[in-house]
Design a protein around this ligand. Structure first.
Ligand code: HEM
Length: 154
């Protein structure tokens, strides 16, 4: 089954709501990543040398926002075109930066789990179970595109 209008709306609307508090969202997202996979810490230049998560760190926020925003864009493309279309240059860049930083396929599952838990918590009583499916699908397709580029380059 394709990605439906309703699924697109679930992702877009929840992102609109969540992006009102990026500092909190990005902090929670990274705490969950480190809780699920503590070894991920050393990959991120801005986490390596500190014991605590740096609050309001622009790079930490930037990565969190990129992951959420690109997953949201992925949802829109899935509904409109039936596939994720990341610009070729962007995809090449995404592939090489992640390879360079030592990211491997299993890490995408860690980030997915953290993303889904962050959405659920951030949405609070606005959370709906169908949101999980919609965010999962949009993320999986985006992650597959990035991983394919990583494999092509490796
Ligand atoms: C860098 C997006 C998944 C680790 C980046 C950058 C983007 C990005 C756009 C470049 C940031 C910049 O140059 O300013 C994404 C998206 C993902 C994803 C859309 C999933 C769909 C992951 C995963 C990991 C990861 C699974 C590993 C846990 C990193 C690291 C960097 C990076 C370590 C370099 C950050 C730094 O140290 O400055 N990512 N990423 N990313 N990403 Fe991801």
């Amino acid at each position: 089954m394709g990605f439906t209008d309703k699924q697109e709306a679930l992702v877009k609307d929840s992102w609109e709501f969540m992006k009102q508090d990026i500092p909190q969202l990005s902090l929670r997202f990274f705490s969950l990543i480190l809780e699920i996979a503590p070894v991920a810490k050393n990959m991120f230049s801005f986490l390596k040398d500190s014991d605590e998560l740096p609050e309001n760190n622009p790079k930490l926020k930037a990565h969190a926002v990129k992951v959420f925003k690109m997953t949201c864009e992925s949802a829109i493309q899935l509904r409109e075109k039936g596939e994720v279309v990341v610009g070729e240059t962007t995809l090449k860049y995404l592939g090489s930066i992640h390879l360079q930083k030592g990211v491997a396929d299993p890490h995408f599952e860690v980030v997915k789990e953290a993303l889904l838990r962050t959405v659920k918590e951030a949405m609070g009583n606005k959370w709906k179970d169908e949101m999980k499916e919609a965010w999962s699908e949009a993320y999986d397709q985006l992650a597959a595109a990035i991983k394919a580029e990583m494999h092509a380059e490796a």
